[in-house]
Design a protein. Structure first.
Length: 352
């Protein structure tokens, strides 16, 4: 039986999962990633690769897809393994306290530590309750934006009141012929800065904002050509090339929910006071998939959680060894190959 063996098995290849490889590599730990998508990057690659991200420390602005590219470059020295286009299904505890994780295609992985970094898990878009909505899917109705250029010089109607709807309205107005933002309330749930930008664009007549309103019908034969709005007690039809309802995603943990982990509202409970370990020793949850008091679903928080998790993982994998924290500003990355560790001894040199 062919079994893939590694130190840390990472379930989820998004930014948090990828950065885990780097932090583990600095400790000489090997990692292998399982992801249901065909390429690493998670939602940043699959859903919004062209969406700008502004809250990565030291990087004023970076596209989600470029962030993934840079993370993949950063972890190259540690040569992680990948099982892509497969989802983790079965978890089996072994006699030596390691875990076997079996995918939907029967691939078996063995590791002392399992790090669940699955983001929101498997997901599907929240669809508005509109009759015959499936008729227009892929024919003017889009639930996510992968490449803004797809909407260049087009009329676009965006519906939603959160960050995603606001961010894409701001971005698409730069290249689309016209962008109209629809929301069923006057108040928006997104970041204050984004709301202020939307107000400014509206004041400058660069976008249309219609509130409180909602899209109640889609029109067209072979392709969408207009949407019908309900504005208070009145109805109005506006022409458009695309309708993009951005109401968020419905997350699903899938088979991971059956692994005996403590779960609250589709998120995995962890001990954030220590190391983000779950109620099952040896299994950690980091990034958007976990929950604890004060949790913030931000990429930078996932990076922090991954760092502390790897320190705890080292103690599980090498209980007899003492790990000495080294700073990359001093030791760099060269010298770590992901399979061996530098000596635990340190060198103290005087200055002449």
């Amino acid at each position: 039986m062919n079994i893939i063996k590694t130190d840390i098995l990472i379930i989820g290849g998004g930014p948090t999962g990828l950065f885990t490889v780097f932090e583990a590599g600095l400790l000489g730990l090997k990692c292998h990633i399982i992801d249901a998508l065909a390429k690493p990057g998670g939602q940043c690659s699959e859903i919004y690769p062209k969406k700008p991200i502004f809250d990565i420390p030291g990087i004023p602005e970076i596209l989600a897809g470029k962030l993934v590219e840079d993370l993949l470059e950063q972890i190259k020295p540690f040569s992680p393994g990948y099982t892509l286009a497969e989802s983790a299904e079965k978890l089996e505890k072994q006699d030596d306290d390691s875990f076997n994780v079996v995918t939907n295609k029967g691939t078996i992985h063995n590791a002392k530590v399992v790090a669940i970094a699955g983001g929101l898990g498997s997901f599907e878009p929240r669809k508005p309750l509109i009759n015959n909505i499936e008729k227009f899917e892929g024919k003017g109705l889009e639930y996510m934006i992968k490449d803004p250029e797809f909407f260049k010089n087009k009329n676009v109607v965006i519906s939603g009141g959160g960050d995603s709807a606001l961010d894409w309205t701001i971005e698409l107005q730069k290249i689309a012929k016209k962008v109209t933002l629809i929301h069923r309330r006057r108040e928006f749930r997104g970041a204050i800065d984004s709301v202020e930008k939307i107000q400014k664009l509206k004041n400058e007549s660069l976008i249309d904002v219609i509130t409180p309103a909602e899209v109640i019908a889609l029109n067209g034969d072979s392709k969408l050509n207009s949407v019908k709005l309900k504005i208070n007690d009145k109805e109005k039809t506006i022409s458009t090339d695309f309708f993009v309802p951005l109401f968020g995603l419905i997350p699903k943990l899938g088979e991971i929910a059956n692994w005996g982990l403590k779960i609250e509202k589709n998120s995995i409970c962890v001990n954030n006071a220590l190391d983000y370990q779950t109620n099952v020793p040896g299994i950690f949850a980091i990034g958007d998939v976990n929950t604890y008091p004060g949790k913030l679903k931000l990429i930078l928080c996932g990076f922090h959680e991954a760092t502390l998790m790897c320190q705890a993982a080292f103690k599980i994998i090498y209980p007899e060894k003492k790990n000495i924290l080294r700073y990359t500003t001093v030791s760099g990355v060269n010298g770590f190959d992901g399979s061996t560790r530098k000596s635990d001894s340190t060198i103290i040199k005087s200055i002449d």
